[in-house]
Design a protein around this ligand. Structure first.
Ligand SMILES: Cc1cc2nc3c(=O)[nH]c(=O)nc-3n(C[C@H](O)[C@H](O)[C@H](O)COP(=O)(O)OP(=O)(O)OC[C@H]3O[C@@H](n4cnc5c(N)ncnc54)[C@H](O)[C@@H]3O)c2cc1C
Length: 279
């Protein structure tokens, strides 16, 4: 099937994109890497009158340090992060995470902002950003940018708080201290496929952050808060098989037996990564 006819536009500036979007009455759609939008257009699940290509907008393509956090422009691609193109993200946990998204051809075009906006429950950015307590920067025409915690950004599968006329301009990530611990594990049926079970863990003594978050669920990722606090307090010994199983049963009610076991294995392996030999 081919996409229905639409007008393709390439705004020269973010301001122009925001203005066009605001004036389109809900008939325009943003396009970044087109890795998800392309298939949706072809299947006619999306039939916008206008498509605004924001993939090359300079304002969305930089990585900077802003108020002690790394501000990643929305149109930065997974491959650019994988390749260490931005110094601030070299060695950051998202570098390795980005390198394991799909296939290289998808990573060459797929973007941080497109991935967050699409909000696939199994998407890697959705999980990593949630575990890292990241914030999503959102702009609309003639309005001040707003920052929203990742925890509040994704409402359900393919559903976010983004309103009509709003654009993700950046993702704000923490800078990890030397003492920080990070783990990320996902089960994929084949290399390059979306995860079937996944977990990200982030422990940062400096900010007293403790996160164990399970992804690839029916909706947004789910945090195992009590388990994470126990691990922060008592070490990884607190994450026994029984404790992990109990935490999953308590917080996630949508999984069948296999799903629970896969999620539990993802948590175990993720913590092993975070705490190495101590796990
Ligand atoms: C074969 C295949 C395998 C994949 N496997 C994985 C995987 O394993 N893990 C994973 O995480 N992802 C995976 N993906 C998804 C991919 O990584 C992209 O991140 C994703 O397709 C969306 O990014 P994009 O830049 O292509 O966005 P697009 O497809 O251009 O846009 C997606 C949606 O986001 C909106 N949008 C785009 N930019 C913005 C913005 N700045 N502000 C607001 N809305 C915006 C668009 O309007 C559209 O609704 C896979 C994709 C494919 C095709």
């Amino acid at each position: 099937m081919k996409a229905a006819q639409f007008e393709y536009m390439k705004p020269a500036t973010l301001a122009q994109a925001l203005q066009t979007l605001a004036g389109a009455g809900g008939q325009a759609k943003l396009m970044a890497g087109s890795q998800s939008l392309g298939p949706m257009l072809n299947l006619r699940l999306a039939r916008p009158a206008q498509v605004l290509d924001v993939s090359r907008l300079n304002e969305l393509r930089s990585v900077d340090l802003v108020q002690g956090r790394v501000r990643v422009g929305a149109s930065v691609t997974h491959a650019e992060i994988e390749d260490g193109r931005f110094e601030l993200l070299r060695g950051h946990p998202v570098q390795e995470m980005a390198a394991r998204i799909a296939y290289r051809s998808v990573r060459n075009r797929g973007t941080v902002g497109g991935s967050l906006a699409h909000a696939d429950p199994a998407a890697d950015w959705v999980l990593a950003a949630r575990a890292l307590n990241a914030q999503v920067e959102i702009c609309a025409f003639e309005q001040a940018p707003r920052l929203i915690n990742m925890q509040d950004f994704m409402l359900a599968a393919y559903t976010t708080v983004l309103g009509e006329g709003e654009v993700i301009t950046a993702l704000h990530l923490p800078v990890l201290s030397e003492q920080a611990r990070w783990g990320y594990y996902k089960f994929c049926r084949k290399t390059g496929e979306f995860a079937e079970a996944s977990c990200a863990a982030y422990f940062e003594p400096v900010s007293a952050t403790a996160q164990i978050v399970v992804g690839a669920l029916d909706g947004a990722p789910v945090a195992l808060e009590a388990l994470a606090s126990a691990v922060a307090r008592s070490g990884v010994v607190a994450a026994s098989d029984a404790a992990i199983d109990a935490a999953i049963r308590e917080n996630i009610d949508q999984l069948d037996t296999l799903g629970r076991r896969m999620a539990a294995a993802a948590v175990t392996r993720c913590l092993k990564q975070a705490f190495g030999a101590h796990a």
